[in-house]
Design a protein around this ligand. Structure first.
Ligand SMILES: Nc1ncnc2c1ncn2[C@@H]1O[C@H](COP(=O)(O)OP(=O)(O)OP(=O)(O)O)[C@@H](O)[C@H]1O
Ligand SMILES: [Mg+2]
Length: 415
């Protein structure tokens, strides 16, 4: 169907009000219009027309100017201020052909003007043009309404998405913080339990001393309770607890800094020291612990946030240890080498390696192949972000001889 056919179809059956005090002309126009497929409403005076049209609004109004009582101009003015009829096109029919009369009609809100004697072909053409225009105008208006409704719906959806995104980021942030403080907290708890036992032994020993027991009895108790050994352990244990507590404090500090859109402070540190601390954190309280080779780590000054660098290594080492569960001779090897302005650190294991089709997801937040409760899937995502924030790169690969290797680069310190 062509556009012209569609327009014809849309305007056929339109309702046209014919307002003329000449019953003959009114009837003749209605008959001719009915023959064209329009539905007509004949009115012989302005009052009747206004009442009737308010009840059954037409699509177009043919309005005579010169009528007794209310004339066409007055009727037109009332139509244009009417709540329902104001947008209906009005075509004046008049025997006045002077320019002033026509201009007056347009001033009153007429859309077009036809002079008597009427040439029906002309009236018909004008009616069709105005009905088509009205049809397009209404179609545009309806499309506009639909677009506005869609825009409103889109804005609402966008707001919901932003809200959901904020919640998701918050969830990720909370999970990330929980993941990072997990290690130092378990260190504090582990050392706390060991300290409690040691304190109990010391109390028992001191009770014996204060009760003025025999020297040989005191010495025997000193031996059995390993008093000399635990006294020596006390200092390092408290030191470890303070260090872990410091790590938690620094994570919380970083969090408040990152919420203020600030970068974490970086300073020159020694890579070998950071590696030693990371190894200590993952091996203490983990029994049995795999062999961790660190002889190929070179003492190199790097520019990094110490806590974050250790966190990255702890995350990768924990993964390697998980991958080595059930391996006969588990070995983790940490190596470093300098390349241009960076030092590359690689952590390799002799476990089963990474599933080949999982490489693309490894660094995605919450990607894990571990059982529920055993892994949150955040370790590598956090590590990747921290290394990128340091200006370094992070890579994962399977070693040809078996097992996985994670490597990352950290800028060398130039001071
Ligand atoms: N050394 C490795 N050998 C084999 N697969 C590994 C190794 N390291 C990581 N992966 C794979 O990468 C996945 C994601 O590791 P990631 O550290 O991000 O999360 P996770 O260890 O599963 O959980 P968590 O949040 O507790 O660290 C692991 O579930 C595992 O499938
Ligand atoms: Mg992990």
């Amino acid at each position: 169907m062509t556009q012209a056919d569609r327009t014809n179809q849309a305007v056929t059956g339109s309702v046209i009000a014919v307002v003329d005090d000449s019953a003959t002309l009114c009837e003749m126009l209605c008959d001719l219009l009915n023959d064209e497929g329009y539905i007509t409403q004949p009115y012989l005076c302005g009052e009747d027309a206004l009442n009737g049209m308010a009840m059954t609004p037409p699509d177009l109004i043919l309005l005579d100017i010169d009528m007794p009582g209310m004339d066409g101009y007055e009727v037109c003015a009332k139509i244009k201020s009417h709540a329902i009829l104001s947008a209906t096109p009005v075509l004046f029919i008049s025997s006045y052909s002077a320019l002033d009369d026509k201009l007056k009609a347009f001033d009153f809100g007429a859309l077009d003007y036809v002079t008597k004697p009427i040439h029906f072909a002309e009236v018909k053409a004008r009616i069709k043009t105005h009905l088509s225009l009205r049809y397009y105008q209404q179609a545009l208006q309806s499309q506009n309404d639909t677009l506005e409704a869609t825009l409103t719906a889109l804005k609402a959806t966008q707001q919901q998405l932003v809200q959901a995104e904020k919640l998701a980021s918050l969830g990720q942030l909370v999970a990330g913080v929980a993941h990072e403080i997990n290690n130092p907290i378990s260190f504090i708890v582990g050392n706390g339990h060991a300290l409690k036992k040691n304190v109990e032994r010391l109390e028992k020993y001191l009770d014996c001393v204060h009760a003025h027991a025999q020297e040989n009895e005191i010495n025997a108790l000193r031996e059995t309770l390993r008093i000399d050994a635990i006294t020596q352990e006390l200092g390092p244990m408290v030191g470890d607890i303070l260090e872990s507590a410091g790590r938690v404090t620094s994570i919380v500090d970083d969090l408040s800094h990152s919420s203020a859109q600030q970068q974490a402070e970086k300073e020159p540190i020694d890579l070998k020291d950071a590696v030693s601390l990371a190894v200590k954190w993952v091996t203490t309280h983990r029994h049995p612990s795999p062999i961790i080779q660190t002889e190929n780590v070179v003492s190199t000054p790097v520019i990094a946030h110490k806590g974050q660098l250790i966190q990255v290594m702890v995350n990768v080492l924990n993964n390697a240890m998980d991958a080595l569960k059930g391996t006969n001779t588990p070995v983790i090897s940490i190596e470093s080498h300098v390349l241009d302005a960076f030092v590359w650190v690689s952590i390799s294991d002799n476990g089963a390696g990474i599933d080949e089709n999982k490489f693309s997801q490894l660094f995605d937040p919450f990607f894990t192949t571990k059982k529920v409760g055993e892994g949150s899937g955040l370790g590598l995502a956090i590590s990747y972000r921290l290394i990128t924030e340091h200006g370094g790169e992070f890579k994962a690969e399977n070693r040809p001889e078996g097992g996985a290797r994670f490597s990352f680069s950290i800028p060398l310190s130039t001071t």
